[in-house]
Each structure stands twice: as structure tokens, then as C-alpha cells.
Design a protein around this ligand. Structure first.
Ligand code: HEC
Ligand code: HEC
Length: 336
């Protein structure tokens, strides 16, 4: 081969390689351009996204130490997850509650993000609570739920069971700075509807979205061969009583919105804010055990806007305090 031919061949090879490289770059650019870059169809709530990033995470139960103190914490976790077995109507330790588990309302034993968790309890108690008008310890707060949410009797503050539950609740919140309330603690405050929550609509929502687990009459379903509920009751004899916090519409709607249906996996199977208020209105109007809590809220000006029973420090009716519209009540309080 002559020298000129060799040069020619090298030149051709170089050209071909350059062309291939340029082509690859072009193809890569085209692919990049056609990839979906627009934001996903679901509008992302920025506040939500940031709070999820900085979300509180419960400690891992496998890190509970193998010490006598650790054993107490583990027993507390067991009592909160399976209260009925130990403290229910045929409880092995005492028969002082209605057969629900604390976990039925404090999901994942009080560790679930927005699931009525115990994140802030260790950091904020003892604290003043307006319902009793007193400084309350964690023990007093646990007994509150026993007497109201579990429609039962209080535990001795010095009992092994009380010490265990309190040790566990403290351990759940052990990573939280004193007085801090992490995002996603407890139950979320939903935005208020500008109308009365509609129990009629709520009945339909209940039949369509809730009754397959909780039963057509909200009666729940027992776990076969067990004292626990597979699906706890939402009203009737086995449910929380009229003094329970969950009877307040904002608590019930907030809990339902973030956590029910229990098997909802995406935003499509969750309820909208309006649906949550409406189904809460339906549930809270159903019959449930009644107890005398007339000593609650010694200072009525501290009653929450949605406390279902009078007397109130304003002229709005009991009906409006139960089902809204709440906006005018909240506004009137701001003016005072
Ligand atoms: C029927 C539902 C229900 C059951 C069952 C229940 N609770 Fe509660 N609990 C609530 C509600 C509602 C609140 C108030 C949440 C709010 O206002 O954000 C609450 C609040 C608490 C708090 C205070 C949380 C805080 O951040 O101030 C503690 C502690 C607590 N419960 C412990 C228990 C224990 C222990 C049990 C079982 C013996 C139990 N609860 C059973 C509904 C329930
Ligand atoms: C797939 C079954 C399922 C569906 C559907 C479902 N739940 Fe639940 N619900 C549960 C379970 C299970 C619990 C108790 C959670 C636990 O113990 O971990 C619960 C707990 C509750 C609680 C607190 C405990 C109580 O008994 O008061 C309320 C309130 C509640 N659900 C309301 C609803 C509403 C309203 C709907 C419909 C929008 C609904 N649920 C749909 C399974 C379900």
C-alpha cells in the first residue's frame, strides 16, 4: 500500500470514529430530552415534603437493651400492642378495660408517623392539660386513655404494668429534645371545611370504604381464637366512650385521613380531607358507652372548638361545636 493510501485510510477511520461519537452524543441528548422531566402529576406539597425529610423516626425495638430496664420497656410495648390479652374483659393480669388495644389507635405501638404516635410525650410531660385543669404526668395521661378510650378503670400509678407502659413511652420519645414536638406527632390538624360536616355523605363513605373491615354496623371483627380485635369496633358497647378524645371531630377526622382505610397504599385509596370530615361526622353521631365527665374542662374558655358537649364560652350551638362549620367559632375566639 502506498503511503498516501495509508494516510487516506487513517483519515477515513478517524472520520468514521468521530461521526460515531457525535452520533452517540446526539442520541444521548435526544433520549434525555424525551425523558419525562415535568413534575409528577401529583402536586407535591413542599411543606409536606420537607417535613417528611426531617421526619421523626421511632427507635428500633431490637435496640432495647437486654437489661432489667430493657425487659420493662419490652413488657410495656407488649401491653400497648396487645392490651386486651392482659387488661381486657378476660385479661390475664386484670380485667379493667373494654378489649381494645392501645395500638388500635396508637398505630404500630405508638411509633407510626402521623399515626397518633408517642413521639413528643417524653419531651412534653409533665404538662398542664386544660381538660383536667391540672399538671399531668404520663401516668395520669395513660389512665385517661384507659378510662375513656378503653372505657375502663385506671391502673395504680405504682403498678408493674403502669411502670412498663410509661418506660416504653419514654423510650419511644427518647431521641426527642425536651419541649420539642416533631412534625407528624400525634394526630394531624386537617384544614377546616367551610360547611357542616355531612354525616349523610359519611354514611355512604363508611359503607363503601370502611365497612368491609369494621362491619356494616361498625361492630368490628374478632381475631379468631383470640381476645383481640382483628378490626376494632367504631361505635357500640365495645368502643371508646363519650369522654374519649377521638370523639372530637377534628381528632377523628385527622386520624382517619392519615391512617384509614388501614390498607390504603397510595393517595388514590386514601380519603380526601372532606371525605374524612364527613365519615367522622357519621361515626361520631353513632351510639357509644356514656360516662359522667362533667368535671372535665373546669375552665370552659379552654375547651377546644370541637368539644362535643356544652357548656361553651360562646353562643354557638352544641350541634355546631360537634359538626361545624368550625371556622366562625375559631374566628370568634381569635377576636376575644
Ligand atoms: C380509641 C382510641 C385510643 C385508644 C384505644 C388509646 N388512646 Fe391514647 N390517645 C387517643 C387520642 C385521640 C389521644 C389524643 C391525641 C391528640 O389529641 O392529638 C391520645 C393520647 C394519648 C397520650 C398522650 C399523647 C400526647 O402526645 O400528648 C398517651 C400517652 C396515650 N394516649 C396513651 C395511651 C395508652 C397507654 C393506651 C392504652 C392503655 C391508649 N392511649 C389507648 C386515643 C386512644
Ligand atoms: C383493611 C381493613 C380496614 C379498613 C378498610 C378500614 N380500617 Fe379502620 N382500622 C383497621 C385496623 C386493623 C385498625 C386497628 C389498627 C391496629 O390495631 O393496628 C383500625 C382502626 C381504626 C380506628 C381506631 C380504632 C377504633 O376502633 O376506634 C378508626 C377510628 C378507624 N379504624 C376508622 C376507619 C374508617 C373511618 C375507615 C374507612 C374510611 C376504616 N377505618 C377503614 C382496619 C381497617
Amino acid at each position: 500500500m502506498r503511503l498516501e493510501e495509508k494516510h487516506l485510510l487513517t483519515a477515513i477511520r478517524l472520520t468514521i470514529w468521530s461521526a460515531v461519537i457525535v452520533l452517540l452524543i446526539v442520541v444521548a441528548c435526544v433520549i434525555w430530552l424525551f425523558l419525562p422531566h415535568e413534575p409528577s402529576k401529583e402536586p407535591v406539597d413542599l411543606k409536606e415534603a420537607t417535613s417528611v425529610l426531617s421526619a421523626w423516626q421511632a427507635p428500633d425495638s431490637t435496640t432495647i437493651p437486654q437489661t432489667p430496664e430493657g425487659d420493662l420497656i419490652r413488657y410495656g410495648q407488649e401491653l400497648i400492642a396487645h392490651t386486651a390479652i392482659y387488661l381486657g374483659p378476660s385479661g390475664t393480669v386484670a380485667q379493667i378495660s373494654n378489649g381494645m388495644n392501645c395500638q388500635n389507635c396508637h398505630l404500630k405501638a405508638g411509633k407510626k408517623w402521623k399515626g397518633n404516635n408517642y413521639a413528643a410525650v417524653a419531651a412534653t410531660y409533665p404538662k398542664y392539660r386544660a381538660r383536667s385543669g391540672m399538671q399531668e404526668s404520663i401516668e395520669k395521661r395513660v389512665n385517661d386513655c384507659l378510662e375513656r378510650s378503653l372505657n375502663g378503670q385506671p391502673l395504680e400509678q405504682t403498678s408493674h404494668e403502669m411502670k412498663a407502659m410509661v418506660a416504653y413511652i419514654r423510650w419511644v420519645g427518647s431521641g426527642v429534645r425536651k419541649e420539642a414536638i416533631p412534625a407528624g406527632t400525634g394526630i394531624t390538624d386537617l384544614s377546616l371545611l367551610d360547611r357542616t360536616a355531612d354525616g349523610g355523605k359519611g354514611k355512604f363513605i363508611f359503607s363503601a370504604r370502611c365497612s368491609r373491615c369494621h362491619g356494616l354496623s361498625g361492630e368490628g371483627l374478632r381475631k379468631p381464637g383470640s381476645n383481640e380485635w382483628l378490626y376494632p369496633p367504631l361505635w357500640g358497647e365495645g368502643s371508646f366512650n363519650n369522654g374519649a378524645g377521638l370523639l372530637r371531630l377534628s381528632r377523628l377526622a385527622g386520624f382517619i385521613h392519615d391512617n384509614m382505610p388501614y390498607d390504603s397504599v397510595d393517595s388514590k385509596s386514601k380519603l380526601t380531607t372532606a371525605e374524612a370530615w364527613d365519615v367522622a361526622a357519621f361515626i361520631s353521631a353513632q351510639p357509644r358507652p356514656a360516662r359522667d365527665f362533667s368535671l372535665d374542662w373546669p375552665n370552659i374558655t379552654e375547651k377546644p372548638f370541637d368539644h362535643p358537649f356544652g357548656p361553651y364560652p360562646d353562643d354557638f350551638t352544641e350541634e355546631q361545636h360537634r359538626f361545624g362549620p368550625f371556622g366562625p367559632i375559631v374566628q370568634a375566639r381569635k377576636k376575644d
